[in-house]
Design a protein around this ligand. Structure first.
Ligand SMILES: Cc1cc2nc3c(=O)[nH]c(=O)nc-3n(C[C@H](O)[C@H](O)[C@H](O)COP(=O)(O)O)c2cc1C
Length: 190
C-alpha cells in the first residue's frame, strides 16, 4: 500500500472494443484499492461493451472519449492530457485493431493520441479470438510494439468469448494489476 503521505501513483487505463472490456472495471477498482489514482480513456468501439458511466464512477474521473474534449489541464489540449499525466498506461483489454493502430503510430482518438503523446511505460493486455491473435498481421504488430519496449500481459489459453478454447483470452485481472504495480515499482498485491 502507498503510505498515506505519498502522492498517489498515476495510472491510465485504456479500454477497447473487446468482449473482455468489462474486466477493465475490476482492474480500475483493484488499482484504486492499492492507492493509485486512475484515469480512463476509451475508444468509440469500447462504448459498445462497457459504459462511460461505469468507468467514470469506478475511476472517480470523467472518461476521455474523444480528442476534442477540452481536458482539465487548463491548456485546451485534451488529447495530450492523459498521456502526460500517467506514470504507467495499461490497455485493458487491447483489441487487435488497437494494437495495429499503436504499431503504426496513429493518434486519431483519445486512446491512441494519449499513447503517442507519452514517454511513460505501456502495458498491453490483449483479448481476442484465436484467429485474430494468431494472424500474422497481429503477431507482426505485437513484435513491433515489443521492440519499442511495450510490455504484454497475456493473452492466455482458455475459454474465449465465443465459447471456443484457444489462445487469446485476456490474462487474469490480478496479473494485469500486478504488472501495473510492478511497473510503478510496487510489490504485487497480496
Ligand atoms: C460482438 C463483438 C465482439 C468483439 N470482440 C473483440 C475482441 O474480443 N477482441 C478484438 O480484438 N476485437 C473484437 N471485436 C472487434 C472490434 O470491436 C473491432 O475491431 C473494433 O474496430 C475495435 O475498435 P478499437 O480498437 O478502436 O476499440 C469484436 C466485435 C464485435 C462486434
Amino acid at each position: 500500500m502507498t503510505p498515506a503521505s505519498a502522492a498517489p501513483r498515476r495510472v491510465a487505463i485504456h479500454v477497447c472494443g473487446s468482449v473482455a472490456a468489462y474486466k477493465a472495471c475490476a482492474v480500475i477498482t483493484a488499482l484504486r484499492k492499492q492507492g493509485c489514482e486512475v484515469r480512463v480513456a476509451m475508444t468509440r468501439s469500447a462504448r459498445h461493451f462497457v459504459t462511460e458511466t461505469t468507468l467514470q464512477s469506478l475511476s472517480g474521473h470523467p472518461v476521455a472519449r474523444t480528442i476534442w474534449q477540452g481536458g482539465d489541464a487548463g491548456h485546451g489540449m485534451g488529447h495530450i492530457d492523459i498521456g502526460a499525466w500517467a506514470q504507467t498506461h495499461a490497455v485493458v483489454a487491447a483489441s487487435a485493431n488497437l494494437m495495429a493502430r499503436l504499431a503504426h503510430g496513429f493518434a486519431d482518438d483519445a486512446v491512441t493520441a494519449a499513447l503517442l503523446a507519452t514517454r511513460a511505460r505501456l502495458i498491453v493486455a490483449p483479448a481476442m479470438e484465436s484467429a485474430m491473435w494468431e494472424h500474422p498481421a497481429t503477431q507482426a504488430n505485437v513484435a513491433t510494439l515489443r521492440s519499442r519496449g511495450v510490455s504484454f500481459v497475456g493473452p492466455v489459453r482458455g475459454r474465449l468469448a465465443s465459447g471456443a478454447e484457444g489462445d487469446g483470452r485476456m490474462a487474469e485481472v490480478d496479473d494485469v494489476v500486478a504488472a501495473v504495480l510492478s511497473s510503478l515499482g510496487d510489490a504485487a498485491p497480496t
